[in-house]
Design a protein around this ligand. Sequence first.
Ligand code: CA2
Length: 147
Amino acid sequence: MSDRTVLLLSGPNLNLLGEREPEVYGSATLDDHVVGATAAAAARGIDLEHIQSNHEGELVDAIHAARGRCAGIVVNPGAFTHYAWAIHDALAAFDGPVVELHLSNPAAREPWRHTSVVAPVAAGTIAGFGAAGYRMAVDAVADLLDG
Ligand code: CA2
């Protein structure tokens, strides 16, 4: 297992960032966020791998593949945050720290976004800070790995 490899996971529709709803999610693309997160990770001596999928099972498979290989996970599960118990269970079977990340602040939005099934298996959640959240989430997982 690499003790300095972290998986950044992006859930459904995040591939559309920058194309629609800039008032909610900003104008940066997902690639822009990954570039920022990769730089923040490199500054902490971490190799960041990124996977985006619109399919719950593919995200579950990526979490399984990270077991024994990655030291930590940063995950923005998109709308799966609010109901995808298979992602909850997969993350519960991952040994390293998990940081939940959101561009917006779901707690300040519609009631159906107030529940996260990922939060109970995450070390913590960073939400509402837009692009800066990617750097914050990488720093959070690095702090956890560095003890
Ligand atoms: O704030 C976040 O990061 C979210 O995880 C984003 C999800 C949303 O369902 C969560 O409640 C909070 C949605 C991502 C969809 O992104 C789009 C981007 C452009 C156009 C349409 C959707």
